[in-house]
Design a protein around this ligand. Structure first.
Ligand SMILES: Cc1cc2nc3c(=O)[nH]c(=O)nc-3n(C[C@H](O)[C@H](O)[C@H](O)COP(=O)(O)OP(=O)(O)OC[C@H]3O[C@@H](n4cnc5c(N)ncnc54)[C@H](O)[C@@H]3O)c2cc1C
Length: 387
């Protein structure tokens, strides 16, 4: 069976659906081909089921890429305000949780339902359970499935990154790029928990579940947010953010008590002994972590010098993680289609007219906090308006 459209969009996730809506609204006959049995699986699990769908303070600085300026144009032309207007048009209740992060009050289903309704209104045709076997190009693009062919002059690759394979992530987008000789920046898991090395794991991981505010740093990057100890390492927003910049075998530094002075003992009447220090430390750290830290890093003595060393160590806990939890646990994939290959305005491949790449498959990755969806919406809109 042969289907003909003005544009075929591979992948019915955040970017693919927004792209389809924008193109459909302009009268283009659009097909979305999704290999899963429903659209937007990642939208549904995002933000703990409440979808952190954008961020009020979205700036180009919240994204990283081999070409940091690339994302600016798309982000400026489809902004958080544009997406919020859509959310409000559908009367979806939402709230700002923290730091500009907008979440649904009820459920991520609201966002997916909104996108499905918009697709319907824009006459977008959706094909679920549709796995592409091969893509060819003659005068048009032809996407082959087991029993059908989809023909169109434009093909949009919106197949996402490699993270969370168990809900449908594939390497399809990267394979297509290779097929068309389009360069790819090396991919790696990002926004991902870090694994401690075996020694540190045995020292700390029985504290799994303990969390506190820290400043986590590597290279010039530092993030002041919560850190969480897990059964295998470290997670929580501060660590997830840092993981996007961390490179294998690089040490990271953690200030366990930002802005606090623990061992100053300014009051001459305060005794200098383990009990007093423990009590001070417990004011700034969760008790179990405070106790463990003191057990493992007691001051060498009670001199000013030794206490200053203790303080320094507490604010610069330096560890070398063994690795990351990998794509199984990563929220996103960093790297991807080299932005040098794409038009920043339309996301169209410079050397293959009619071929577009949008969303996470592109080498643009956002910080934690709604930025990755904003990139999906903005890049999707950029392509949708160019189809
Ligand atoms: C657990 C989790 C929570 C997250 N929470 C947030 C959050 O709250 N806020 C935020 O901004 N970001 C969040 N993210 C990141 C966000 O989900 C992604 O950045 C975003 O979904 C990327 O959109 P996309 O359309 O490019 O890719 P996806 O949403 O991954 O969509 C790609 C689609 O393509 C389909 N596909 C793949 N291969 C094929 C193929 N060969 N043929 C046909 N279809 C194919 C997939 O099934 C999928 O439906 C989260 C990610 C995870 C994993």
């Amino acid at each position: 069976m042969i289907h003909s459209f003005d544009a075929i969009i591979l992948g019915g996730g955040a970017a693919g659906l927004l792209c389809a809506i924008e193109a459909g609204k302009r009268g283009r006959r659009v097909a979305v081909l999704e290999h899963a049995d429903r659209l937007g699986n990642k939208i549904l699990i995002s933000g703990g089921g409440r979808c952190n769908f954008t961020n009020l303070h979205c700036q180009p600085e919240n994204f990283f890429s081999s070409h940091p300026h690339f994302a600016k144009s798309a982000l400026a032309r489809y902004t958080p305000a544009d997406f919020i207007a859509l959310v409000e048009k559908h009367r979806i209740p939402y709230h700002e949780k923290t730091l500009g992060q907008l979440f649904c009050d009820r459920s991520a289903r609201d966002i997916l339902g909104m996108l499905e309704t918009e697709c319907h209104d824009a006459n977008v045709t959706i094909f679920l359970n549709t796995k592409i076997r091969q893509v060819g190009r003659t005068a048009e693009f032809i996407a082959h499935t087991a029993d059908a062919e989809f023909h169109a002059p434009a093909l949009v690759v919106a197949t996402g990154g490699l993270s969370i394979p168990k809900i449908g992530a594939t390497s399809c987008g990267y394979d297509l790029a290779r097929q068309f000789n389009i360069a790819i920046r090396e991919t790696r898991p990002a926004l991902v928990p870090l694994l401690l090395n075996p020694d540190d794991r045995s020292r700390y991981c029985d504290l799994a579940g303990v969390s506190n505010e820290v400043i986590a740093s590597c290279d010039a990057q530092h993030f002041r947010e919560k850190m969480l100890i897990t059964h295998r390492g470290l997670s929580g927003p501060a660590i997830l953010q840092l993981s996007s910049y961390w490179k294998n075998s690089q040490p990271i530094r953690i200030d366990l008590a930002p802005g606090r002075e623990i061992a100053a003992f300014r009051d001459p009447n305060t005794p200098r002994n383990p009990t007093a220090l423990r009590s001070e430390l417990r004011k700034s750290l969760p008790h179990r972590l405070a106790d463990r830290w003191l057990d493992l890093h007691p001051p060498d003595s009670w001199t000013n010098h030794a206490l200053a060393d203790f303080e320094k160590q507490l604010h610069a806990w330096t560890i070398t993680p063994e690795g990351t939890e990998g794509y199984e646990k990563a929220e996103v994939t960093a790297g991807g289609i080299d932005t040098d290959e794409l038009s920043a305005k339309s996301m169209e491949a410079r050397k293959v007219p009619g071929l577009f790449f949008i969303g996470e498959v592109v080498d643009v990755t956002g910080h934690l906090g709604g930025f990755n969806f904003q990139w999906a919406w903005s890049s999707g809109a950029a392509a949708g308006r160019a189809l």
